[in-house]
Design a protein around this ligand. Structure first.
Ligand code: ADP
Ligand code: MG
Length: 198
């Protein structure tokens, strides 16, 4: 479990907001280990593949948007989750290919869940304060929808261990992932904290 890995992508808006260092800092300081990192401009096919690795994602993302509109007492633009999801996928392909992104693999105990907690909910309007999305960006489904663009929420993080494995394989070759030990891992995970006293 302490070797769990997750994929994080700093999206084009995260790069333009000069938040690379801040995001890495937050993931690093909790105790996670960075095991792979690269900057690239993804192409449309790659982004489309990324978001459809989970065959249920299209319906889930559509449903999440519809639920969010309803919970705020607004009428959703789409009523069918699948057509909403397809619309969002098209928008996302556009958003994610605007410019460079930074793709990273982070490793550590419960990495998938811990990173999602630090990243915060999808819609920055309702992401908790203290999370990356809650602290650094103010977008909402409504503002994004008025312009027909993606919700600018700075970064992607895998949402399950199964998704993380597929996503990491899509973005990285095996040899790009570095297997190494961080000295602090003894303090985070080992039974004995021996070797501290001199
Ligand atoms: P998360 O990134 O939190 O895992 P999802 O996987 O549900 O969220 O959605 C992927 C991305 O699609 C979001 O991060 C956001 O940028 C974008 N997105 C989701 N819903 C909408 C929407 N209704 N309109 C525009 N963009 C959206
Ligand atoms: Mg997601």
């Amino acid at each position: 479990m302490r070797r769990e890995q997750t994929l994080v992508i700093i999206k084009p808006d995260g790069i333009q907001r000069t938040l690379i260092g801040e995001i890495i800092h937050r993931l690093e300081r909790i105790g996670l280990k960075l095991v792979a990192m690269k900057m690239l401009v993804p192409d449309k096919k790659h982004v489309e593949k990324h978001y459809t690795l989970d065959p249920e994602w299209i319906e889930k993302v559509g449903q999440k948007t519809i639920d969010s509109y309803k919970s705020k007492g607004h009428k959703p633009i789409d009523t069918d989750p699948i057509s909403a999801g397809k619309r969002i996928l098209g928008i996302l392909v556009h958003y994610m290919t605007f410019g460079p992104v930074v793709a990273m693999v982070w490793q550590g105990g419960h990495a998938v869940e811990i990173v999602r907690k630090l990243v915060g909910g999808t819609e920055p309007l309702t992401s908790d304060v203290g999370t990356i999305r809650g602290d650094f960006v103010l977008d909402s489904y409504m503002i994004a929808d008025i312009s027909g663009r993606g919700v600018r929420n700075l970064l992607h993080a895998s949402s399950s261990v199964a998704d993380a494995q597929k996503e990491i394989e899509l973005w990285f070759d095996k040899k790009e992932i570095v297997n190494y030990r961080l000295v602090q891992e003894q303090i985070l995970y080992d039974v004995n904290l021996d070797g501290i006293l001199e």
